[in-house]
Ligand binder design. Sequence first.
Ligand code: TMP
Ligand code: ASP
Length: 255
Amino acid sequence: MGTNTDELNNKYSRGNLLYEGKAKKIFNLKNRNDLVWVEYKDSLTAFNAQKRGSFLGKGALNRNLTALIYKYLGLKQIKHHLIASIESESLICHRVKIIPLEVVVRNRLAGSTAKKFKLNEGAPLKKPLVEFFYKSDELEDPFVSDDQALMLQIVETQEQLELIKAKALEVNKHLRDMFAAVGIELIDFKIEYGKNSQGELILADEITPDCCRLWDFKTGEKLDKDRFRRDLGNVEEKYLEVWNRLKDRWEKESI
Ligand code: TMP
Ligand code: ASP
């Protein structure tokens, strides 16, 4: 994305695989202990990987989307882990200790919470709702209350939970604006936080249509992973559409 690739390829040298998840691989860097190399895969999974798919170029697309969105958030003074884009599917990021908490912000009810309370999908909310889920494949990422998160020592203090909520709401404000400017309503999303070596909480992991619900303002059409989860078809086309709309509007301003 406008960076000098040869220069970056010389600067960062990929080391051993540290971790492989459903959608990403994380590598060490040979020459930098404080950074990691994050490679986005073409795979697409849902329902704790019970449903699997992929499309060619998805890794590069989600890499590009995450990079653009993080640059935008950076301009809004949101601290995040991204350093640079490298090759076509990878990012160089600060090494952080990921807090095993999925932080979900909802602007309208959809998905699991709509289902849980038998409320209409798309029901408006008076104010954005923040929910926490414990990041555990084995337990299938259960909902956790504040007290449960403290009991499980996912975070150390109630103050940290409050800080995470406030930070997530701030991210929501900026993401809503970013998407609204291209005719997309941000229904909900999931983010993660990591602790850097100074103990600071910073935004980490991806922000892509895999972890957001994005509806076209005019038509209500779904432009996110629900197309895959619910077999709605045109997954690749709609991910590409999100990228094209955001790129056309924001790429120049966010570099
Ligand atoms: P939910 O309605 O299934 O709880 O999902 C809320 C949002 O969080 C939705 O945008 C999808 C995203 N999400 C993830 O990114 N990863 C997950 O494991 C889950 C369950 C949801
Ligand atoms: N992200 C989760 C998975 O990959 C759940 C989901 O998105 O439905 O399994």
